[in-house]
Write a protein that binds this ligand. Structure first.
Ligand code: 5GP
Length: 188
């Protein structure tokens, strides 16, 4: 059986990866399994443990690093985020396509390691810097200092696009999601 695809969606902070991911996961025309990450940050309103993330303590996260349980992990504005490795591998070995939505440092780790041609890397670009700032501000779940940190990070992260196989510009959510679905289908 052919191994499932590993699809990596990344891009600068605030570009709208999460929103696009939800659209793609709802698309009935392709079968994808979303890899739920582990994080040390606290849940936002409406977020559920085991659905949006596995919310864990610093100690538990560290234990998982020590036990080499992550495919990748990264620190992102004060918190740590990681992709549990065994789950991803088990699914792919069963032929199931796995979808990761991760920030750029973690994505670089996966791209450096994964040399097989069943990896699909997609970089989501904002239409402009202004659009990126507007998105980050509209979220309004964070204080100004954190917003500034995310903005600065987002700007520098935009330079990494050429490390990816595909670049999709997030002008409209539906359109960008459809483009990504089409990319995935072309690689199935
Ligand atoms: P948020 O706190 O807004 O949910 O996520 C912050 C950033 O962490 C987003 O860019 C998101 O894509 C990224 N992220 C979520 N899970 C993971 C993960 O497992 N690994 C890495 N490297 N980044 C992640």
């Amino acid at each position: 059986m052919e191994k499932g695809l590993l699809i990596i969606l990344s891009g600068p902070s605030g570009v709208g990866k999460g929103t696009i991911r939800k659209h793609i996961m709802r698309d009935k025309s392709i079968s994808l399994s979303y890899s739920i990450s582990m994080t040390t940050r606290s849940p936002r309103e409406k977020e559920k443990d085991g659905v949006d993330y596995y919310f864990v303590s610093e100690e538990e996260f560290q234990r998982n690093i020590d036990e080499d349980n992550f495919l990748e992990w990264a620190e992102f504005v004060g918190h740590r985020y990681g992709t549990p490795k065994s789950h991803v591998e088990d699914l792919r070995n069963k032929g199931i396509n796995v979808f990761l939505e991760i920030e750029v440092n973690g994505a670089s780790q996966v791209l450096a390691k994964a040399k097989d041609d069943r990896v699909v890397s997609i970089f989501l670009m904002p239409p402009s810097l202004k659009a990126l700032e507007d998105r980050i501000r509209k979220r309004r779940t964070e204080d100004e200092e954190l917003i500034q940190a995310r903005l600065a990070k987002g700007r520098s992260e935009m330079n990494l696009a050429d490390h990816y196989q595909y670049v999709v510009i997030n002008t409209r959510v539906k359109k960008a999601a459809q483009e990504i679905v089409d990319i995935i289908k072309s690689r199935l």
